[in-house]
Design a protein around this ligand. Structure first.
Ligand SMILES: *[C@@H]1O[C@H](CO)[C@@H](O)[C@H](O)[C@H]1NC(C)=O
Ligand SMILES: *[C@@H]1O[C@H](CO)[C@@H](O)[C@H](O)[C@H]1NC(C)=O
Ligand SMILES: *[C@@H]1O[C@H](CO)[C@@H](O)[C@H](O)[C@H]1NC(C)=O
Ligand SMILES: *[C@@H]1O[C@H](CO)[C@@H](O)[C@H](O)[C@H]1NC(C)=O
Ligand SMILES: *[C@@H]1O[C@H](CO)[C@@H](O)[C@H](O)[C@H]1NC(C)=O
Length: 287
């Protein structure tokens, strides 16, 4: 009898019709996680957090991006000292403060100016990293780093815009003073305040091409690391990482363009401040 029972049990284990299909739904087994027979590609892959090694990978590729961002800030600081210098020179010559950020209208014009040929805005247009909520912990951690770096880039673009707006203001003063720094009737001119002659900033980044000094390169180019991912969050974070790298490289291009425009404006300012007043000598500084 005992022998017969054992034989029945053995065959039951092997026979699928006797096998209890509900066994997979038992609470103990559910503790193991998902149904091992379902297609992980179809469902779970899209919900699973990135792995620890993927998290470390993103940390590793994102950390060095801080350096070019800081460098771009440093270049912009030098460019701001330069546009200040140009502006101060013009103010000293005219005896009037340059208006560069006063009116809403001016901001609108400036905004219109900041679209490139394809209609894309040049400043502050960036793809945003995915929202915080609903991200699993490791993906959220990387996303936070991305948001932080993107915020730094927003500040960088704003700084770039302020400098360009100052440049615009100087050009506006020059263009709208066709009779020279003291106007059409210089005998009636009175300075509206005290504007001392500025000291020229002294930095190699500001050196224009000359015979003996090679033009200092300020463009940098960050190369994004390539890696294949299948996890949904990893792919999303990677897209944001690529976008950030593009943003950094794009900013570098624009900063370099801005330097060229500041050089040009400073040349216009030098021409303008020595003009005799009362004589028509219109300089179109806003070409
Ligand atoms: C430029 O001038 C502004 C206003 O005078 C000043 O606040 C700013 O610090 C100056 N920037 C640099 C880099 O010198
Ligand atoms: C405009 O410029 C003035 C002085 O240069 C400054 O005090 C003010 O904060 C600026 N406003 C903006 C919006 O930048
Ligand atoms: C003259 O200076 C005063 C005080 O700084 C200022 O309020 C005014 O707008 C200035 N006038 C012009 C025409 O720039
Ligand atoms: C321009 O600068 C010179 C030298 O600093 C100064 O004597 C003069 O008063 C300045 N002009 C104005 C309008 O402030
Ligand atoms: C400009 O800076 C260089 C190096 O820092 C220095 O040797 C030179 O004397 C400076 N020139 C002026 C006019 O300050």
């Amino acid at each position: 009898m005992a022998f017969l029972t054992l034989a029945v049990l053995a065959s039951a284990a092997a026979d699928p019709t006797v096998f209890d299909p509900k066994v997979l739904q038992s609470t103990q087994l559910r503790g193991l996680g998902s149904d091992p027979f379902s297609e992980p590609e179809r469902e779970n892959r899209w919900l699973k957090d990135i792995s620890t090694s993927t998290k470390n990978y993103f940390k590793k590729v994102l950390a060095p991006l801080q350096t070019p961002i800081v460098q771009e800030f440093q270049v912009l600081t030098i460019l701001e000292s330069y546009v200040n210098y140009t502006m101060d020179k013009v103010e000293n010559a005219t005896g009037y403060a340059v208006i560069w950020n006063r009116t809403h209208r001016m901001l609108m014009e400036e905004t219109e100016e900041t679209f490139d040929a394809s209609g894309r805005s040049l400043y502050g247009r960036r793809r945003r990293p995915i929202g915080e909520k609903n991200l699993p912990p490791r993906a959220r951690y990387i996303n936070k780093i991305l948001m932080y770096l993107n915020k730094e880039m927003d500040l960088l673009w704003n700084y770039n815009t302020i400098i360009d707006r100052k440049r615009w203001g100087v050009g506006n003063t020059i263009t709208s003073s066709p009779y020279g720094p003291h106007g059409e009737h210089p005998e009636r001119w009175r300075a509206n305040g005290s504007f001392p002659v500025p000291i020229a900033p002294n930095h190699t980044i500001l050196l224009q091409e000359s015979a003996d000094v090679q033009q200092t390169k300020i463009k940098l180019r960050v190369k994004a690391d390539e890696k294949k991912f299948t996890n949904k969050y990893a792919l999303q974070l990677q897209a944001d990482y690529y976008s950030l790298v593009d943003n950094i490289n794009d900013a570098s291009e624009k900063i370099s363009d801005l330097r060229n425009r500041l050089w040009k404006m400073n040349d216009f300012a030098d021409q303008f401040i020595v003009l005799p007043s009362g004589v028509w000598n219109k300089i179109d500084a806003q070409v």
